[in-house]
Design a protein around this ligand. Structure first.
Ligand SMILES: Cc1cc2nc3c(=O)[nH]c(=O)nc-3n(C[C@H](O)[C@H](O)[C@H](O)COP(=O)(O)OP(=O)(O)OC[C@H]3O[C@@H](n4cnc5c(N)ncnc54)[C@H](O)[C@@H]3O)c2cc1C
Length: 396
């Protein structure tokens, strides 16, 4: 494992730092900040995205012909680190640029690439992901939101849930069931949907933080033109796999840990009087976990540098990151003592958001299954319904 930047990585890192020093906004608003007005968040993130666009930094790994920088995953990781270091973490554009864009590049028609990619890069259109349903999350291929062909349109009926940012999303990536008579992976079709379409109702879900970042989305005979189908009818699962692969890269990273280690250290130093033997022990444990995550990250970068694809590393890193966020939230609150009872504050937010890290983008148990199969070589999970027509699978 190599902990140092290669000469090329060091040069790239220096370029990124000098760009950020000159252009990074001083008042950046994180996508999931609490108590921030949606309008303020949208304007703030849009302005930053436009700056990135104007200077050619809007999408590092997209091919140059579509407005990207044509760079690889190592540069993306270095870029993400430097953004986090500069306090520019989560952006509203992660679903668009990190997931929808690469999927449209891989599976879209020329007309779709022409229509959607540039507004995404410019920050003109925000995207959301409409995959999960009340009955389909870990088993995403078990989704049942229906799309029925009617002339040049598709008529969509069903419910999606947990959709981050759908209340300010302009466009969504949507998975539907178009053929229930074939096994579940074969009857899925992928669409790009205008969120202003009549028949779409977005209902925000209130979180225990008090914020409303996630939504139920109801489709009541909403019509989508066939021109907005991405990939072949019934071939949506292969298209979705492209999105999910990019999602894993976009959310497994150490830089999205929800707090920076140096901020935690500053917080601990500011409350030294509360650090007894037990808390000292827990801080030591947290430090060990953070350092282990950094080592995992270095291992992943080393693999990428050798041209190998990391297999289970992203799953193990996501698992480790979720644990660290939970640990950090708990210790962060204990350092506050009775002040933790106040509603607002960074460590209250870290604590209250921590459970979502164990679920979003694949639950802890699913990551463990991946690690069991790919690292330990245990037998694959049994999937009794894999070859059964969807409409013959027993469902509650
Ligand atoms: C903060 C947040 C943001 C999200 N944003 C979006 C979004 O923008 N768009 C979107 O489409 N979705 C989004 N999701 C949904 C997310 O992808 C799902 O919540 C996740 O995939 C889990 O699905 P589920 O909630 O249906 O749980 P289930 O799949 O029903 O799981 C329930 C429990 O069973 C366990 N389990 C399930 N299957 C197995 C198995 N095979 N082996 C062992 N244990 C298993 C799970 O680990 C879990 O503990 C978001 C979720 C969160 C928390």
């Amino acid at each position: 494992m190599d902990f140092r930047d290669s000469p090329a990585e060091a040069t790239f890192r220096a370029d990124v730092r000098s760009f950020l020093q000159e252009h990074a906004p001083k008042d950046y608003v994180h996508a999931y900040s609490q108590n921030v007005d949606d309008e303020v968040l949208l304007r703030n993130n849009r302005d930053w995205q436009r700056t990135l666009y104007q200077h050619g930094w809007a999408a590092l790994t997209w091919p140059r012909e579509y407005g990207g920088r044509g760079q690889g995953p190592i540069e993306q990781i270095v870029w993400n680190h430097e953004l986090a270091r500069a306090g520019l973490g989560e952006s509203l554009f992660v679903v668009g640029i990190g997931m929808a864009g690469p999927t449209i590049i891989a599976h879209g028609t020329d007309a779709q690439r022409e229509r959607f990619l540039d507004p995404m890069l410019r920050g003109d259109e925000v995207w959301c992901q409409l995959f999960s349903e009340p009955g389909a999350g870990s088993d995403l291929a078990g989704l049942s939101c229906r799309a029925v062909r009617d002339g040049d349109d598709w008529v969509i009926t069903g419910q999606k849930t947990w959709c981050s940012g759908a209340h300010y999303g302009d466009w969504g990536i949507l998975l539907t069931r178009t053929d229930p008579s074939v096994p579940k992976h074969n009857g899925i079709t992928f669409f790009l949907v205008d969120m202003k379409t009549p028949g779409i109702e977005v209902r925000p879900l209130r979180q225990m933080t008090g914020g409303e970042h996630f939504n139920d989305v109801f489709f009541n005979e909403a019509r989508i033109p066939d021109a907005h189908r991405l990939g072949p009818e019934g071939g949506g699962w292969a298209v979705a796999k492209t999105t999910l692969m990019h999602e894993r890269m976009a959310i497994g990273g150490i830089e999205l840990m929800s707090f920076r280690w140096e901020d935690f250290v500053a917080h601990a130093n500011a409350h030294r009087e509360r650090i007894d033997g037990v808390l000292r022990d827990e801080i030591g444990r947290l430090y060990t976990s953070v350092k282990t995550l950094e080592l995992l990250n270095a291992r992943m970068i080393t693999k990428l540098g050798r041209g190998e694809m990391p297999a289970a590393e992203a799953s193990v890193m996501k698992l480790a990151m979720a644990r660290i966020v939970s640990q950090g939230g708990e210790v962060g609150l204990r350092l506050l003592g009775p002040d933790a009872m106040q509603k607002d504050g960074t460590w209250q937010d870290v604590f209250l958001m921590a459970p979502s890290f164990h679920i979003a983008g694949g639950t802890d148990e699913i990551q463990k299954n991946q690690a069991a199969e790919r690292v330990l070589g245990l037998p694959r999970e049994v999937q009794p319904d894999r070859n059964v027509p969807f409409d013959q699978i027993a469902r509650s």
